[in-house]
Design a protein around this ligand. Structure first.
Ligand code: HEC
Length: 201
């Protein structure tokens, strides 16, 4: 019986240790993180766009986490922005950090490519922008209509990529996704980063 007690006490201690290191410590560490004052919460449309991003597997080819220059100088040299800090993700649930970079990191794509027309054209057919792009076309997020009606957002396509007749207009999903991409702009200085790593004002 004495042995059983020792096993139970030992198990309880191991559980306690695990809870402290895996739950309590990360919680304390995270609650000390500041939310950058310039970070804006997503609007309803942007949240919807985020869902479209998740549903279409954009994360399988795109990360959202520029890394520290000391660790990966290439990220900054490619113009992907300052290293991200935990506070940047305060409104991201679930986070979309991603691990694959078949395409560029998108953490600051809204600052890099701020035109909604560009984003829609690229989503409709990446080859209409970059001849050799291997990104899939998301044509199913668009409608082919005979004539656009008032309020429709028309995609401006070169003749070679457009339909033979009629026009291509964005669905609400495509518009929301483009709005979400434009909202990906974390170019403000991060309060918890050393000064040298922040963008110059
Ligand atoms: C199979 C991999 C793949 C998937 C899936 C994918 N992309 Fe891409 N993406 C790429 C590649 C490669 C590029 C670079 C060439 C280009 O711009 O088309 C790119 C470029 C981009 C760019 C331009 C970034 C820049 O800095 O030039 C945006 C914006 C983008 N993708 C958004 C998306 C969105 C939104 C989705 C999901 C709806 C998505 N991608 C899905 C591979 C992918």
């Amino acid at each position: 019986m004495k042995g059983a007690l020792a096993i139970m006490v030992g198990a309880a201690l191991i559980l306690l240790l695990a809870t402290l290191t895996l739950v309590v410590m990360p919680y304390l560490q995270m609650s000390a993180e500041q939310v950058p004052p310039d970070l804006k919460p997503y609007t309803e449309t942007q949240q919807r766009g985020r869902q479209v991003y998740i549903a279409n597997g954009c994360i399988y080819c795109h990360s959202q986490q520029p890394r520290d220059p000391g660790f990966a100088p290439g990220d900054r040299d490619r113009g992907w922005g300052r290293p991200s800090v935990p506070g940047d993700y305060a409104y991201d649930q679930p986070h979309l950090l991603g691990t694959m970079r078949t395409g560029p990191d998108l953490f600051n794509v809204g600052a890099r490519l701020p035109s909604i027309d560009w984003q829609l054209l690229h989503l409709y057919n990446p080859r209409a922008v970059y001849q050799d792009s291997i990104m899939p076309s998301y044509t199913f997020l668009f409608r082919h209509v005979d004539k656009a009606e008032a309020g429709d957002k028309v995609v401006h396509l070169q003749a070679a990529f457009g339909p033979e007749s009629g026009q291509i207009v964005a669905t609400d999903d495509a518009l929301a996704l483009a709005e979400y991409l434009l909202a990906l702009d974390h170019t403000y200085p991060a309060p918890t980063l050393p000064k040298a790593d922040n963008p110059k004002e």
